[in-house]
Ligand binder design. Structure first.
Ligand SMILES: Cc1cc2nc3c(=O)[nH]c(=O)nc-3n(C[C@H](O)[C@H](O)[C@H](O)COP(=O)(O)OP(=O)(O)OC[C@H]3O[C@@H](n4cnc5c(N)ncnc54)[C@H](O)[C@@H]3O)c2cc1C
Length: 631
């Protein structure tokens, strides 16, 4: 039976880099993501300054952009057009690429050139502005000192006060720790309240280990990073993701003399796959966004498709039935178009409209294959709506359904693409849950989703910290004169304000663009359905993560971070890669890497990569380095 070489769950930098290298090695990859776009956290939709601001279409709610401009969530490079520069909005938080690794820097620059952006944040404390990181500019503003010697004396004086107050004992909390490192003035104006906003707790209640070092610079250097290289991709991060995942992106010559068999960028046709037609020999990348496939068989109802109505909640059934009937009578334009599309296109499966599952009425369902299709309007970009959608998807997955989310616009404008997605989703839904069924779809699974989710949270849930964003358009060319401004006092509820244009526009370019987009960042307690951003690496969570990793090892899963050799399920030794970050087994004839795994079935055929599956914060460059090290 034909299948992909790699099914890659997650299209962030780990998944995308892995896919790029695998394609280069002549492998056939399917990259799926449950978000409606590719790129994971670096996804940056475009606002084009030459487009006048448009109110949202009638009948659709606007999201949190008060001036009426909605950020459309589309696949790669959405919103470009009409020429001119554009503002790329870092939807999942400001991302600044920095590394001292030349191989990684050259690799990303071979896909898209990077600009000269240098991160130099400003801190705002009750209206007083300070340069970060702590350097001579900061100390001059704080104390009026002009020379490094004067600054050093002042710092030492304040550190000594803090050490004396401890009377010989170790710092017991973050506050005491920070005071011994930088003294009272820096701590109180630039660290204390900012940290309390970040963690939602007082510094005296936070453990000392959170702050190990607080580097100070006795030079007038505002460059936040010490790395050799830094910048932002010219044209935005979507260009980088396009370079990694586009089937037409040129490939560098393969390293081990393997076949680069996709010179024309031929795209694999999913219809061919689904109907069992030929694959060809080419390395290729197929992508599918908006798809959420159950991972583990920890479901409420198994084989629900065969039992039809049993998923409806009896208590509310009559009310839901009445609503569903009404909704069938008044479909949206996109729902009507989809219904027509799936009714007469030779899919060989039957869809139902407005079907009741649990307490939900889903837009469309194919019960035979356990596939739900939801058609989303623009209001699904809204942050709260996304949380609700995630919770809904989670419940549907518990019933055993795979969910495919399509956008209104694509259903109307790109029917062929929609049919491709539906075919592929039907094919994948049959393989669910993936932890057990991936062997039917691919030789190897590359998983970049949350560690605990893969195992159905069987040992308990890992904690995360998250950030919420309020993004708006301001009709002025320059809002704060800098990309990043930290608000270090309690009276301002957000931690930072990001002005996105400053990542890519410099000098006069800032004023050539008459408006600007800003995001306020709020550090937020994680709730189910939210984006998991930062792992909480405390004792409980680290121990739980270690237990999950052990479970993973028992299933033959490989982690790129593991430098120590671990026998593969076939008893073959996996060697640490020369970069120390990955593993290599016996190399394949095609040079595809990771060939120590069996290639068939489950044993050794799963790789966990990326920040979520490793439950560890990584910057972008180390994530790319890890993926590269596997080839
Ligand atoms: C707020 C914030 C700011 C950051 N700023 C910087 C910075 O300035 N510089 C820097 O170097 N790094 C920064 N980082 C780190 C950077 O985001 C990560 O290194 C990088 O995104 C990791 O890539 P990834 O592929 O591991 O994960 P992600 O980018 O998160 O990609 C994982 C993808 O997998 C998908 N997925 C998960 N589970 C499933 C599933 N079951 N089915 C389908 N799809 C699934 C997700 O939807 C997601 O798209 C920042 C991180 C955060 C949170």
């Amino acid at each position: 039976m034909e299948k992909y070489d790699y099914l890659i769950v997650g299209s962030g930098l780990f998944g995308a880099t892995f896919a790029y290298k695998a394609r280069q090695a002549g492998k056939r990859c399917l990259v799926i993501d449950r978000r409606p776009h590719l790129g994971g956290n670096v996804y940056s939709p475009t606002l084009n300054p030459s487009s006048p601001l448009q109110p949202p279409p009638e009948g659709e709610a606007s999201n949190s952009l008060p001036t009426g401009e909605r950020l459309r969530v589309g696949e790669l490079a959405s919103g470009m057009g009409r020429g001119g520069a554009a503002i790329h909005v870092h939807k999942y938080g400001a991302h600044i690429f920095h590394t001292s690794n030349k191989e990684v820097w050259d690799f990303v620059n071979s896909l898209v050139p990077f600009n000269r952006y240098t991160n130099s944040p400003i801190a705002n404390y009750h209206g007083e502005l300070y340069n970060l990181p702590f350097n001579m500019n900061t100390f001059n503003r704080l104390w009026g000192v002009k020379t490094p010697e004067e600054a050093k004396r002042k710092l030492e004086e304040q550190r000594a006060e803090a050490v004396a107050a401890l009377a010989g004992r170790e710092p017991a909390n973050l506050e005491e720790q920070a005071l011994t490192l930088v003294g009272k003035d820096v701590f109180e104006k630039l660290i204390k309240e900012y940290t309390e906003k970040q963690w939602g707790r007082k510094c005296t209640e936070l453990p000392a280990f959170i702050i190990k070092r607080l580097p100070v610079r006795l030079t007038y250097d505002n460059n936040y990073f010490n790395d050799k290289y830094q910048g932002i991709p010219i044209g935005g991060y979507n260009k980088l993701i396009e370079g990694l995942l586009s089937p037409t992106a040129p490939l560098n010559p393969p390293r081990r003399g393997t076949l680069n068999s996709l010179p024309t960028g031929e795209r694999l046709r999913v219809g061919e796959l689904a109907s069992g037609m030929g694959w060809g020999e080419a390395g290729c990348i197929e992508t599918l966004c908006g798809i959420d496939v159950p991972l583990s068989s920890n479901n409420k109802v198994k084989n629900v498709g065969k039992r039809l109505r049993e998923t409806a909640n009896c208590a509310n059934y009559d009310l839901l039935k009445e609503n569903a009937k009404q909704m069938r009578k008044e479909p949206t334009e996109a729902e009507a178009a989809f219904w027509e599309l799936v009714s007469g296109n030779g899919l060989d499966v039957k869809f139902r409209r407005q079907h009741i599952i649990g307490d939900y009425i889903v837009d469309f369902v194919c019960l035979e294959k356990n596939l739900v299709v939801e058609i989303d309007g623009g209001y699904h970009d809204d942050e709260q709506q996304q949380i609700d959608d995630n919770l809904r998807s989670k419940e549907l997955k518990d019933y055993g359904f795979t969910i495919l989310r399509l956008q209104n616009e694509e259903v109307i404008a790109a029917p062929q693409e929609v049919i491709r997605k539906v075919r592929l989703a039907l094919w994948l839904a049959e393989k669910a849950p993936l932890r057990e069924g991936f062997g039917e779809a691919c030789h190897k699974l590359v998983y970049t989703g949350p560690l605990d989710e893969y195992f159905g949270y069987s040992l308990g849930k890992l904690d995360w910290r998250t950030v919420t964003f309020k993004t708006r358009v301001e009709n002025i060319p320059n809002f704060q004169g800098n990309a990043v401004v930290n608000y270090t006092s309690h009276d301002v509820p957000y931690t930072r304000v990001i002005e996105h244009k400053h990542f890519e526009m410099f000098g006069q370019e800032v004023y050539d663009c008459p408006f600007t987009v800003i995001s306020e960042e709020y550090s937020t307690e994680y709730r189910e359905g939210m984006e998991p951003y930062y792992p909480v690496n405390d004792e409980r969570n680290n121990a739980l993560a270690a237990q999950y990793k052990e479970l993973a090892h028992q299933e033959g899963v490989m982690f790129p971070e593991e430098a120590s050799p671990r026998p593969s399920p076939e008893g073959r030794e996996l060697k640490a890669s020369p970069t120390g970050g990955g593993m290599e087994g016996a190399s394949s004839p095609s040079g595809g890497g990771m060939e120590g795994a069996s290639g068939e079935g489950r044993g050794g055929a799963v790789i966990f990569g990326g920040r979520l599956a490793q439950y560890k914060y990584y910057d972008m460059a180390p994530i790319i380095e890890q993926a590269l090290s596997l080839f």
